[in-house]
Ligand binder design. Structure first.
Ligand SMILES: Nc1nc2c(c(=O)[nH]1)N[C@H]1C(S)=C(S)[C@@H](COP(=O)(O)OP(=O)(O)OC[C@H]3O[C@@H](n4cnc5c(=O)[nH]c(N)nc54)[C@H](O)[C@@H]3O)O[C@H]1N2
Ligand SMILES: Nc1nc2c(c(=O)[nH]1)N[C@H]1C(S)=C(S)[C@@H](COP(=O)(O)OP(=O)(O)OC[C@H]3O[C@@H](n4cnc5c(=O)[nH]c(N)nc54)[C@H](O)[C@@H]3O)O[C@H]1N2
Ligand code: SF4
Ligand SMILES: [Mo]
Length: 726
């Protein structure tokens, strides 16, 4: 290391694996990055995105000052000019048109920043709007709804006990590229290898033979969108062959007696044609699942962003319950994070309600307080009482990440009275904002994983203070969020610290703790004080000082059974066949007899890409490397497609052109394009990404296909037509 260099530790915020990084700092720059071998959780693991961490600091396109629109153009402004503009113009809209004229869009990086963990609830409370949209309805909302219905808590998501299980059934996930999701596990691939080394079995269900599938004992190339049928057949076999044995869970579960009838139609023979997997294999998988000493069923994106996403998510846990694997080591367990509220006394809870209100235009039911992001454009561009006129967008790029981005693009350009983006880039979405508030790069912010620790395969706690001071004129993202809360709620003049102090007081009241505790809190900033409070009120008797004294983290042990204290259903028990699920089963039965489309589209992720961003980091650039249309050789021959030549893909929402990649890693009848590409629109400032832009797969969707229970967009299994493009 050069003499004037030092190192600093920082948890990586770039995916859900939360690896500990060791940054080399030379002067005021990150000059090298490696995995922190002493990190209690990640033990030195790092991937190419983590290695590109310093590229985020170095990016010349990154915004370094707020932008305010003047005479139609976004111009650099001071922070106080930017917040003044919001205070005047945002509140003018809500004063005239009421609270429902305001909306909030929250994107994926909010689960990866301290600000995103601490302030959005305060913003929503200040705005009192029902127009809340997030990446969840492009992602995991089906799992929240299924957990809400089964366990009474939408955030109680069991995670597979990767390090101890004997048998993992992995559905619609490709952790060799994604590094895992709703299952925080640094070096997920290494943990899968260890599973097989200790004699365990890995089965992967995916229409593509992914890197994860290639590392498995068995790969079932399922037809897209049919996982709920497949999983229902596994449950049907367990019930019909009397293999179902919830063990000690039996006394905690309601509705077991009704499940046999509810799933009777879904025999392996009945689902096999729709799933494209033979009945004998399905029976074998079910029997092996029952026979394994311990097993865990885990489903992700491919099982969520499909027409029966909530049913598939529910069936994942039904299988965990029927095999006695829920809440036991080696099965699927509920993590206990250091900032979790202290465990409740077992007994009846408030339960989980769906559809407490509906969206204005299409009448979509809310789920977990959110409306489908696929309906955002119509809420803005459809005239009438209650139209969405003022928008706050935080760390989101729905013009690329959500269905029918062109319609949303026009809606943002033509129909909004006012828009704020909190984003470090002028991208396809933020280019429409009237005010852009840019946060600093991760090296300049402190980090704590409030959300991901509740999904981790091992209980542990780690905190990273900022590795570098803020640049001159920059503002910490926590302060940006706090000032935004003040600006939109008409309290513009107040010091931003009051936002945190009010949050501290409210948290103390909620916990029934004395207000005097506030005076004893450590930390040098408002967010640190709130973290200290959450740790003190949490289940491990920790303080911020304890965590600061352990820079590589504190291991809090393997996951432990704790189902009774998790349950918040009205019955105080697991509700195995909740009403909304039972009511949706006829729709699944109807899918049994339906003809499948001859050609359908699925997505995919690449290790060196991250949703719609990071394509401006030179180490990770390159739409043409990855944004290809994968086609099975038989389909290519039938359709006259040539490897490397462009193909035109046409679907209900529009058409795109992409180069053909002929590969037998996709099953026949399936083509695949990754998402997050399609850069280079006028007014964006992403020069590296724009030079090799790729195409926007979501332009093929019209936004009408949703999983009805969760409002999640159907992004996989889309009927398409493909022709040569020349
Ligand atoms: N077809 C298809 N579409 C998909 C998916 C798919 O599988 N297929 N996946 C979906 C999924 S799972 C998700 S999560 C969504 C993601 O979709 P989004 O959440 O809309 O978008 P991201 O691409 O993650 O972009 C996040 C934005 O956050 C900004 N950002 C980065 N770091 C920070 C930060 O520290 N602070 C702030 N304030 N902003 C930051 C980036 O510049 C970028 O503009 O995409 C979804 N879209
Ligand atoms: N490198 C990288 N890592 C990421 C991200 C990224 O963009 N890049 N994004 C992050 C985010 S926001 C998320 S949510 C996670 C997602 O993490 P994962 O869920 O692991 O995401 P994918 O890698 O897209 O894997 C989904 C798999 O589902 C398959 N699939 C598609 N349709 C179906 C279907 O109908 N049934 C079944 N069984 N499978 C199907 C696809 O072929 C694909 O292999 O990854 C996170 N990590
Ligand atoms: S796996 Fe995820 S958390 Fe780990 S270094 Fe890569 S991007 Fe960062
Ligand atoms: Mo996601």
């Amino acid at each position: 290391m050069p003499v004037n260099s030092r190192t600093a530790l920082r948890i990586c915020p770039l995916c859900e694996a939360t690896c500990g990084l060791t940054l080399t700092i030379g002067g005021s720059a990150v000059t090298a990055v490696r995995g922190d071998r002493e990190d209690v959780f990640s033990q030195g693991f790092i991937c190419p995105k983590g290695a590109a961490f310093g590229g985020l600091d170095a990016d010349p396109d990154r915004l370094r000052a707020p932008l305010v629109r003047r005479d139609g153009e976004l111009r650099e402004a001071t922070w106080s000019e930017a917040f003044d503009e919001i205070a005047v113009r945002f509140t003018a809209v809500t004063r005239e048109h009421g609270p429902q004229s305001a909306g909030v869009v929250l994107g994926n990086p909010n689960v990866h920043t301290m600000a995103g963990g601490l302030y959005p609830p305060l913003l929503l409370a200040a705005l009192r709007t029902r127009n809340v949209f997030s990446a969840s309805t492009l992602d995991q909302m089906p799992k929240h709804v299924s957990s809400g219905l089964l366990f009474g808590d939408a955030n109680a998501i069991p995670v597979p006990d990767l390090d101890r299980t004997d048998h993992l059934l992995l559905i619609g996930a490709n952790p060799y590229e994604s590094n895992g999701s709703l299952c925080t596990a640094p070096d997920f691939p290494g943990r899968l290898k260890a599973l097989r080394r200790r004699g365990g079995t890995l089965t992967v269900i995916d229409p593509r033979r992914t890197r994860t599938a290639r590392a498995a004992d068995r790969h079932l190339a399922v037809r897209p969108g049919s996982d709920a049928l497949l999983l229902a057949s596994l449950a049907q076999v367990l019930l019909a062959e009397k293999l179902a044995d919830p063990g000690p869970l039996t006394d905690l579960v309601d509705g077991l007696d009704l499940l046999g009838d509810a799933l009777a139609a879904f025999t392996p023979e009945a689902v096999a044609p729709a799933c494209g997997v033979d009945a004998g294999t399905l029976r074998t998988v079910a029997r092996e699942l029952a026979a394994a000493p311990t097993a865990a069923v885990y489903g992700r994106i491919g099982s969520c962003t499909v027409p029966h996403g909530t049913l598939a998510s529910w069936l994942v846990d039904v299988l965990n319950i029927l095999t006695g694997n829920l809440d036991r080591p080696g099965g699927a367990l509920f993590p206990l994070a250091a900032t979790a509220r202290a465990p409740r006394t077992p007994g009846p809870g408030k339960g989980f309600a769906l559809g407490r209100w509906r969206s204005r235009v299409s009448g979509h039911p809310e789920a977990k307080g959110e409306l489908p992001v696929a309906a955002l454009a119509e809420e803005i561009d459809t005239p009438g009482e209650g139209r969405l006129r003022a928008l706050v967008v935080i760390a989101a790029n729905p013009v690329l990440s959500a269905p029918d981005g062109d319609r949303l693009d026009r809606a943002l350009a033509d129909h909004l009275d006012f828009m704020v983006s909190v984003d470090p880039y002028l991208n396809e979405t933020s280019r429409h904002a009237d005010v852009v508030l840019p946060p600093p790069p991760p090296s300049r912010s402190a980090h704590f994983d409030f959300a991901l620790a509740t999904l981790a395969v091992r209980n542990q706690v780690r905190y990273s203070p900022a590795a570098l001071p803020l640049d001159e004129g920059a503002m910490d993202e926590c302060e940006i969020h706090a000032r935004l809360v003040l600006a939109v709620s008409g309290a513009h003049g107040a010091p931003w610290e009051t936002v945190d102090e009010q949050a501290v007081a409210a948290a103390l009241d909620r916990a029934g703790a004395p207000r005097e505790l506030a005076a004893r809190l450590g930390g040098t900033t408002g967010p640190e004080r709130r973290l200290d409070l959450a740790l003190r009120l949490g289940p491990y008797d920790l303080t911020l000082d304890d965590v600061l004294a352990a820079p590589h983290g504190i291991d809090l042990g393997p996951l432990r059974p704790r189902l009774p204290e998790v349950l918040k259903t009205r019955s105080g028990r697991v509700e195995l066949l909740p009403g909304p699920i039972a009511a949706d089963l006829p729709r699944l039965r109807a899918a049994l007899g339906r003809d499948h489309a001859p050609l359908v589209l699925v997505g995919r992720r690449h290790l060196r890409s991250n949703n719609s961003w990071m394509h401006n980091v030179p180490a990770l650039k390159g739409g043409s490397n990855v944004c290809t249309l994968q086609v099975h050789p038989d389909d290519a021959a039938r359709l006259g497609l040539v490897h490397g030549e462009p193909a035109r893909v046409q679907a209900a929402g529009g058409r795109v052109e992409a180069p053909v990649e002929i590969t037998d890693s996709v099953r026949d009848g399936v083509v695949s394009l990754p998402h997050g590409w399609g850069h280079g629109r006028p007014g964006t400032r992403l020069s590296v990404a724009a030079a090799d832009p790729g195409v926007n797969v979501n332009q093929l969707l019209d936004g009408t296909l949703l999983d009805p229970l969760s409002g999640t967009a159907v992004l996989n299994g889309i009927p398409v037509e493909v022709t040569p493009a020349h």
